[in-house]
Design a protein around this ligand. Sequence first.
Ligand code: PAF
Length: 283
Amino acid sequence: MKTVHTIQDVRNQVRQWRQESLTVGLVPTMGNLHAGHMSLVKTAKQHSDKVVVSVFVNPTQFGPNEDFDTYPRTLEQDADLLTQHDADLLFAPSVAEMYPQETFTWVDVEHLGDRLCGAKRPGHFRGVTTVVSKLLHIAMPDHAYFGEKDYQQLAVLRRMVEDQLFATAVIGVPTERDASGLALSSRNGYLSEADKEQALTIYRTLTQARQAIEAGERDYAELCQQSTERLEQAGLTVDYFEIVDANTLAPAQKNTAALRILTAAFLGTTRLIDNVGTIFVDI
Ligand code: PAF
């Protein structure tokens, strides 16, 4: 696997692959790679002849009081893991390479990014869509792979690609979990073993809500209320617990056919997110 740091080097490599009629997949990441990212790489290897992985801790998607400075940066380990998983190209640009001048042009997906995580993290999705738009312009991939763990991000990026007519198909990859059910996340590194045990309540509560819906429960507001209480009783501070339309992310109504259950909760200062679904209900 080759590691490059400049946009020009990515373009040169991709141009060469295109001349050989090879397809290209892109896995955008912020590094500190774990088995969750590797499942994106594995899926990419199945669809695309060549796989580019970007590692870039994107400053514009962090709020002023968020963990940009302390976000784990582990490029050497990341490169080893990617080599083991047969990625073809690692793109690890500097901030100056990706943002060479003050940004006047932002990519912003309206509505979908305003609620849920967007409500508490103003500007977050604008930072994500702006950097992913740049990465798509740089690598011009046939496919781009994102985890379902960040379900709202996936929905926002799907819409950006549709609205902006990118020649890239967005592929969502199911959440990778450890044996206990905890969704893998770089931020799990902030948790002690005891915290992880407590964090498990998130997946258990999501699963319980899904089972209730599958068993016929249709009072979604009540179900969200009960689930929130359950999480708070376990010592978590709930940011939101919502049952939404899996496509529009609007709060689910009685006649919503495809549901997703999403939550964000704080364990101490660590903000954890998870979601389950999609549940198809008869309406
Ligand atoms: O999901 C992430 O790691 C980031 O939000 C992404 C998509 C790489 C953009 O910086």
